[in-house]
Write a protein that binds this ligand. Structure first.
Ligand code: PMP
Length: 412
């Protein structure tokens, strides 16, 4: 037999020498060569609400998910202090064993009511919630159909589940229909995974169309409300409220506690029977520690504030509409953004995006530059997260500075 090439060499046994590690080093070098300030891992010196402080200097921030300004709210902080005094900082076990606390039970009751579902379960991470939930619902012989712009946690969940997966073009119900027609009979379970609000484009799912298809083809539907819960709908109850659909039309309502809820973690909401099954069997819940007391207390206090002070959602909506309207009037490419606090400014080229981000930063405004692979090649963008705390003059200034920086980057 001819000699075969060995399958391994020294670099396969040393992570430092992996080609993908070399690729990152090269990319970091390229960014450094542009002379722009490095736009990631910036160290903030306090709570990021409408403003933040970096290196002792104040910045107007459009770079955090603190949509309702509840992270840093005195009532939330106070609830966390009380929780730490009473329960300490960890529950030190899976909730199945000795990790259950009345605080978390109260949080889940409040969330259940807020979401309008039968029951709900909280987990320590939003990302891990998607990974474990998808892996638990489907497996080999099943299919996941997901929006092409789905978050990494949904893609990881699909990959680890062993189910087949097919993306459909962003918000394209016709293509979803086509895939269902083609594939439904070939698979046992079919799960449709969508997001309430898409974090790169700032648009909403066409939920009524997806619900109609899931019913027609006998599929399951999961909606990730990471960015839509607390921010979308008259009272912030998400896309279910926005579109006026029955909560039971969606099998699994998923969301995170890290954004509007001013905490850290994920939740899964749905029927009483399904959530009981998840509570007793979901690997990422059963084999992981329960939510920490400070995180549970923060999310509970935030939920109570969202119920007691619905005007916060109104302020967020007004600010979002103001930002989007001004950006459109200034001729900026905001894509399909609508009805969400997320406004992209699509610039195409990554070097240009980095220059504009740097120009804004030098003038005291923060917005995240987003490149491939987070978005498609050629669709690099700056992304603005509006909050309910921004003042009108700050929004006007930010859009004016943005328009100037975009124009000056184009002229260079
Ligand atoms: N789903 C979506 C749509 C997200 O955008 C994110 C994070 N931004 C997550 C899940 C993960 O949530 P977390 O950051 O709370 O882990």
């Amino acid at each position: 037999a001819p000699p075969t090439e060995p399958r391994w060499s020294a670099d396969t046994a040393n992570v430092d020498e992996f080609p993908e590690v070399g690729k990152l080093e090269q990319l970091l070098g390229t960014i450094a060569d542009t002379g722009a300030a490095f736009p990631y891992f910036r160290v903030h010196e306090g709570t990021i609400r409408d403003t933040t402080v970096i290196g002792g200097r104040p910045y107007l921030s459009f770079g955090s998910y603190n949509y309702l300004g509840l992270s840093g709210h005195p009532a939330v902080n106070e609830a966390v202090h009380r929780a730490v005094d009473r329960y300490g900082t960890s529950v030190s076990a899976s909730r199945v064993l000795s990790g259950e606390r009345d605080l978390t039970v109260r949080l889940e009751r409040a969330l259940t009511e807020f979401l309008g579902v039968g029951d709900c379960l909280t987990l320590v991470s939003g990302h891990a919630t998607n990974v474990t939930a998808i892996g638990h619902l489907v497996g080999p012989g099943d299919l996941v159909l997901h929006d092409a712009l789905s978050h990494d946690s949904i893609l990881q969940g699909c990959a680890l589940s062993g189910a087949a997966r097919r993306p459909f073009a962003h918000n394209d119900a016709e293509q979803l229909e086509h895939l269902l027609r083609l594939n439904r009979s070939r698979f046992r379970r079919v799960l449709i995974a969508v997001e309430g609000a898409y974090s790169m484009d700032g648009d909403l799912v066409d939920l009524p169309a997806v619900i109609e298809l899931k019913k027609r083809y006998g599929a399951l539907l999961m909606v990730d409300e990471a960015h839509s819960i607390g921010t979308v709908g008259e009272r912030g109850r998400g896309v279910g409220e926005f579109f006026g659909v029955a909560r039971s039309d969606v099998d699994l309502w998923m969301g995170t506690l890290s954004k509007a809820f001013a905490s850290c973690g994920g939740y899964l909401g749905g029927s009483v029977r399904m959530v009981r099954w998840l509570r007793h069997t979901l690997p990422g819940f059963v084999y992981s520690v329960g939510l920490t007391p400070p995180n549970a207390a923060a999310a509970l206090a935030a939920t109570e504030l969202m119920v007691a002070e619905p005007h916060r959602v109104g302020a967020l909506r007004r600010n979002s509409e103001l930002f989007l309207g001004l950006a459109r009037a200034a001729g900026l490419a905001t894509g399909s953004s609508a009805h969400t606090p997320i406004v992209p400014c699509i610039l195409g080229d990554s070097a240009r995006t980095l220059r504009v981000a740097d120009g804004l930063y030098a003038r005291g405004v923060i917005a995240d530059p987003i490149f491939h692979p987070a978005v498609e090649e050629g669709l690099s963008r700056l992304r603005f997260f509006v909050t309910g705390e921004h003042r009108e003059e700050d929004i006007r200034r930010a859009v004016a500075v943005l328009a100037e920086e975009v124009a000056s980057a184009a002229a260079r």
